[in-house]
Design a protein around this ligand. Structure first.
Ligand code: PLP
Length: 347
């Protein structure tokens, strides 16, 4: 299979499998009271600062819902981009399991700004309206774009100035850190984030993410909410060991840097092909494009990828830590050939 569908299609990093094998010796205390989870806490403090606590969980939806539950009072809602994973790809889990009202804002590039978030700062104090309690952004975004540290800091300041908390869905935080060439704390702790969903699976773990709590007063509630949200792993050592490996020796940066480089390679190879319109800046590991009618379907006979928007016919091409240069080159060649042929067809 030639995969440009998702970083979730990718194989697991050898280091993740080795970490699981290395942790597979003898009994260990369950539910996180094990030495691998303790080591992970040290590692997380190195990357995110002395106040950080990691809560390993199974998946990204669980990380988001669990983290947000700890941040909100029952009458509060979350300001987020309309296209946020939270809003469009979590099967209404925030609404159904968390009872969370999402206060969405349309954005052209997946990014919120204080000005856009401000559009949902209405009816404050009105008991008939859900009150904004959290601003949530995705870094890197669902559209493969990035927030700069200054843009994140502006949103963090905006949230705190209005008595809200700041949440980052970092399902692809590694891709953002690698692309911006900054330590992870520069786009989380240093910009005022209160809770971060830190992604492991998309960047190469077998499975495993972590809710990183940066406000110590939220850590205790999170313990109970993780269990209640069905995200407390009994054999946690196997998730913690992988996250520890990802955060060691710059593995996260190498894996994400490669995925990003492959997306850039693909974008550069096709951006000047007549008939290919790239619809978003390529800043992480995704490329978004619109092709002439029929071309995407022809390409899908040999390559796996998804339509992102059924109405505009926009497609999404994702790269992963294991995407090979030759796969990118073969895909780019096929795009040029098929799009070239379809642009020459009489209309
Ligand atoms: C931005 C974003 N957040 C969170 C997730 C987590 O999803 P899952 O629950 O499938 O791990 C994803 C996965 O596609 C994502 O793209």
């Amino acid at each position: 299979m030639r995969n440009f569908a998702s970083d979730n299609y990718a194989t697991a990093l050898p280091e993740a499998l080795e970490a699981i094998a290395a942790a597979n010796h003898g009994p260990a205390v369950s539910y996180g009271a094990d030495e691998w989870t303790a080591r992970l806490q040290d590692r997380v403090r190195e990357h995110f600062g002395a106040d950080a606590t990691a809560f390993p969980v199974f998946n990204g939806t669980g990380a988001n819902v669990t983290g947000l539950r700890a941040m909100l009072k029952p009458w509060q809602g979350v300001i987020c981009a309309e296209g946020a994973h939270l809003n469009v790809d979590e099967g209404a889990a925030p609404e159904v399991l968390g009872g969370i009202k999402l206060l969405t804002v349309p954005t052209p590039d997946g990014k919120l700004t204080p000005e856009l978030a401000g559009r949902r700062m209405v009816r404050i104090g009105d008991e008939h309206a859900s009150q904004p309690g959290v601003v949530s952004v995705t870094q890197s975004t669902e559209l493969g774009t990035l927030y700069t540290p200054a843009e994140l800091a502006a949103i963090g300041e905006f949230a705190h100035a209005h008595d809200m908390l700041f949440h980052i869905d970092g399902s692809r935080l590694a891709n953002a850190g690698a692309s911006l060439d900054v330590p992870l704390r520069v786009i989380t702790t240093d910009v005022g984030a209160d809770v971060v969903s830190f992604g492991g699976t998309k960047i190469g773990l077998v499975l495993g993410e972590a809710v990183i709590v940066l406000r110590p007063d939220l850590a205790d509630p999170l313990r109970y909410l993780r269990k209640q949200s069905m995200q407390l792993a009994s054999k946690m050592r196997f998730i913690s060991a992988q996250l520890d490996a990802l955060l060691s020796d710059d593995l996260w940066r190498r894996a994400a840097g490669h995925a990003n480089a492959m997306a850039r390679r693909l974008a550069e190879a096709v951006e000047n092909v007549d008939g290919v319109t790239l619809t978003q800046a390529v800043q992480a590991n995704g490329v978004f494009a619109i092709l002439p009618p029929g071309a995407a379907e022809r390409l899908q006979e040999d390559f796996h990828f998804y339509f992102w928007d059924e109405h505009t016919r926009e497609v999404r091409w994702m790269c992963a830590w294991d995407t090979r240069e030759e796969d990118v080159d073969a895909f780019a060649e096929a795009i040029a050939e098929i799009v070239g042929a379809s642009s020459m067809r009489p209309i």
